[in-house]
Write a protein that binds this ligand. Structure first.
Ligand code: ITT
Length: 178
């Protein structure tokens, strides 16, 4: 089964949960401008299912910051490439309400489309911390811990993370089909 993504970190995190028989395939697909990751994932699958032989999944994720009305949300990838973690911390300067959540939506295709969602609640840190992971990991502290995802090993992050939870649902679905 293929995990269609250009992001090696996502693939490595997914492999720990779903298992070694997933293969990373970096094929680009349209990521539409929509309000929710579910819509983005469904559209991506509709495009890819005509082009890929066999079962596959994609994952759309993002960081939703409460005080910024959900920004960067579905624009997380673009915002990270442009203003990055420094830019986000700047936008959050003087803001005490720091709640945020990561959302991961996995879209799996086996002839039908199956959507699995995972969320991870937490807060935006006051400074960049840690060099593990990727993207917004060094500025996100999950509920129940004091460290950022950037200070955690992959296995540990997976226990808390949006992707860990969504991939676990995918894994359970796959197991129920055997
Ligand atoms: P794809 O090829 O799978 O689309 P991508 O990196 O472009 O890879 P998305 O379009 O889903 O992925 O964008 C999500 C962005 O949100 C990602 O690039 C990161 O900047 C951020 N992000 C998502 N999950 C994250 C995580 O677990 N930790 C830190 N940042 C994350």
């Amino acid at each position: 089964m293929f995990f269609i993504t250009g992001n090696k970190h996502k693939y490595e995190e997914a492999k720990i949960i779903v298992g070694n028989d997933i293969e990373m395939l970096s094929i680009s697909y349209p990521e539409i401008q929509a309000d929710t990751p579910e819509e983005v994932a469904r559209y991506g699958i509709e495009y890819l299912k005509e082009r890929i032989d066999g079962n596959f999944f994609i994952e759309d994720s993002g960081l939703f910051i409460e005080a910024l009305n959900g920004f960067p949300g579905v624009y997380s990838s673009y915002v990270f490439r442009t203003i990055g973690n420094e830019g986000i911390l700047k936008l959050m300067e003087g803001v005490e309400k720091r709640k945020a959540q990561f959302v991961s939506v996995v879209g799996y295709y086996d002839g039908d489309i199956h959507i699995f969602r995972g969320e991870s609640k937490g807060v935006i840190a006051y400074e960049i911390k840690g060099s593990e992971g990727f993207g917004y990991d060094p500025i996100f502290i999950p509920e129940g811990d004091k460290r950022t995802f950037g200070e955690m090993k992959r296995e540990e992050k997976n226990l808390f993370s949006h992707r860990g939870k969504a991939m676990k649902k995918l894994k359970e679905y796959l197991a129920s089909r055997i």
